[in-house]
Design a protein around this ligand. Structure first.
Ligand SMILES: Nc1ncnc2c1ncn2[C@@H]1O[C@H](COP(=O)(O)OP(=O)(O)O)[C@@H](O)[C@H]1O
Ligand SMILES: O=P(O)(O)OC[C@H]1O[C@](O)(COP(=O)(O)O)[C@@H](O)[C@@H]1O
Length: 306
């Protein structure tokens, strides 16, 4: 079974404001709410691509109820721990002349609630896939992803980590199957500027040397680059279209990549489906539909550059 983990889910409140002015009342022209958080986005796209999976994490309060109800409506399996104190956050995504995001804090998770989550992790078995996505709420130990990887180390479980900075760097020693920073996160992790594909390859390979088996670097409209477990380097172009809402493009890429890999065992196919899924989400108001992904996959060309 595939499990996604969203430690801090969100309701994504996506609004369009013609011209955002600080210090004034701004009125929205368009508004949408979606069940969000990186792992939940991965769950939704995996399911669209016919990969059964179970979403794990923590929810709380009336906003948490919305998350559970939405997942049920979408026919998605989940096993969230209900947290007593606080409420699941609401993340505001403002589309104006620029894109501005305000991400909330999330509920206060107790030790007992965290232990209940660990009990679920302890029931995973050989052959399962575990996808750890997004930030760790401030109330939890920032070593949590490391601790989860250590906990499953004795089993044959492929772990995927989509996180940034130290959260990501600290799990590399446990050899995650896949990591997917974007190019900005890659530059930030090494405190460098990336000026060419050669630079991206150099630092992606560094992450591989530090322990990641496969390193996927997403680069928004500039495509993506994969350093695979056997050291091959592939690049992907992007599909053509008009960006409507790029929230969740990275998560869609992770889901598409895993789905493509499970279906074909080929990293090229994985990258192709990942790129199509990311693009299809960027060109949609909500996350991508299966039909749209299938359409865009025809446009994706993978090149082996090394
Ligand atoms: N403007 C775009 N046009 C086409 N494809 C895109 C666009 N933005 C994102 N994608 C696709 O989605 C992938 C993930 O997007 P990216 O923005 O890099 O992720 P993240 O949300 O993690 O920053 C990209 O590598 C690309 O394949
Ligand atoms: O655009 P991405 O990186 O794929 O992820 C989008 C998701 O991440 C969030 O911005 C939350 O991110 P964090 O968990 O890192 O705070 C959600 O609001 C949104 O659904």
């Amino acid at each position: 079974m595939i499990y996604t983990v969203t430690l801090n889910p969100s309701i994504d409140y996506v609004i369009k404001v013609e011209k955002l002015v600080n210090g004034q009342v701004n009125r929205v022209n368009e508004e949408h709410v979606y069940p969000g958080g990186k792992g939940i986005n991965v769950t939704r796209i995996l399911k669209s691509l016919d990969n059964e999976n179970i979403a794990l994490g923590f929810v709380s309060g009336f906003t948490g109820d919305y998350i559970i109800d939405s997942l049920q409506e979408l026919n998605l399996k989940s096993n969230f721990i209900k947290v007593k104190e606080g409420f699941t956050r609401i993340n505001v995504k403002i589309k104006s002349e620029e894109e501005t995001e305000i991400n909330g804090q999330g509920p206060k998770i107790s030790e007992e609630e965290l232990n209940r989550f660990f009990e679920i992790i302890d029931r995973l078995v050989d052959g399962d896939i575990l996808i750890l996505s997004g930030s760790i709420p401030a109330c939890l130990d920032e070593k949590l992803y490391e601790n989860i990887m250590k906990r499953v180390e004795d089993r044959d479980i492929k772990v995927i980590v989509d996180a940034t900075k130290n959260l990501l760097l600290n799990v590399l020693k446990y050899k995650p199957f896949l990591i997917k920073p974007n190019n900005h996160e890659l530059a930030e992790m090494f405190g460098v500027e990336l000026n060419s594909t050669k630079d991206v390859v150099f630092y992606a390979k560094k992450l591989k040397e530090m322990g990641a088996q496969n390193v996927l670097i997403s680069m928004g409209k500039d495509g993506a680059l994969l350093v695979s477990e056997n050291g091959e380097v592939f690049t992907s172009n992007v599909a053509k279209g008009e960006v409507i809402n790029s929230v969740g493009a990275g998560d869609s890429m992770v889901a598409g990549f895993i789905s493509g890999y499970l279906k074909s065992g080929s990293y090229e196919e994985a990258l192709r489906l990942g790129a199509a899924s990311g693009g299809a989400t960027a060109f949609s108001s909500d996350l991508a539909t299966r039909e749209f992904i299938d359409k865009l996959v025809e446009e994706i060309k993978i090149q082996k550059i090394n």
